[in-house]
Design a protein around this ligand. Sequence first.
Ligand SMILES: [Zn+2]
Length: 261
Amino acid sequence: MAVYHADALVIRSREFGESDRVLTLFSRELGKLQAVAKGVRKPKSRQRAGVQLFTYGDFLIYRGKTLDTVSQCSPRESFPYLWNDLDRSFAATGMAELLDISTLAAQPNPELFALTLTCFFLLEQFDPFLVLSAYALRLMTLLGYRPRLGECAECGVSISGERLFFSSDAGGTLCGQCRETYGGRWIQAGSIAFMRQLIRADITKLDRLRWNAWMQHEILEILQFYLEYKFERPLKSWRMGSLTQDDMGRQTKSKEGEKFE
Ligand SMILES: [Zn+2]
């Protein structure tokens, strides 16, 4: 029976049969793959810890006829800080879901793997929504969907003004003339400029960037709008969580004078 190694992150885990789980792994060498972890829902399973959601490790996998099976997992990192903080947990779930809906199985993308792993580590220290937004924009860039920001996505002229018109269909901001034929929404020019910084900045120094609650809300909303349009799938975790609705709550609080960075 063929066996292979995968240096991988568990990005999805769902119950299967009586005591198994089907894992979706994103691996450095092989891209996205699925494998069954047998018996891991039994309390005494030795593999239980290794196959938890968001575990990064070395997986030894048997190739099966229909579904592969995890034979061994040596965890390298389990990101414990994701489990005791709601915002970090939402950001991690949002990144994992986006990675899942934006990639096809068995298409290696080592750069995307490295970006994902880096961002999971950055969640320990940095504003989780800043990490999530930078991740989404850089993932789009790596997959060839980088939005055009601050210039017209249709005719290329540079655009100025306090508010810019963003169209998912056109893949970025649009000038007054090209806007006529597309649907979209308005966004503050400051938010567009910040999105450009999120793509360009050294990712390990993201914490130097400062945004306010309004920009955060606007950027997450426009990203969700664009990502869902491009991949034709709802981003359930982005919709459900504190990413849009609860952030409005936080935004109100910060307007009342609470510090918000
Ligand atoms: Zn134009």
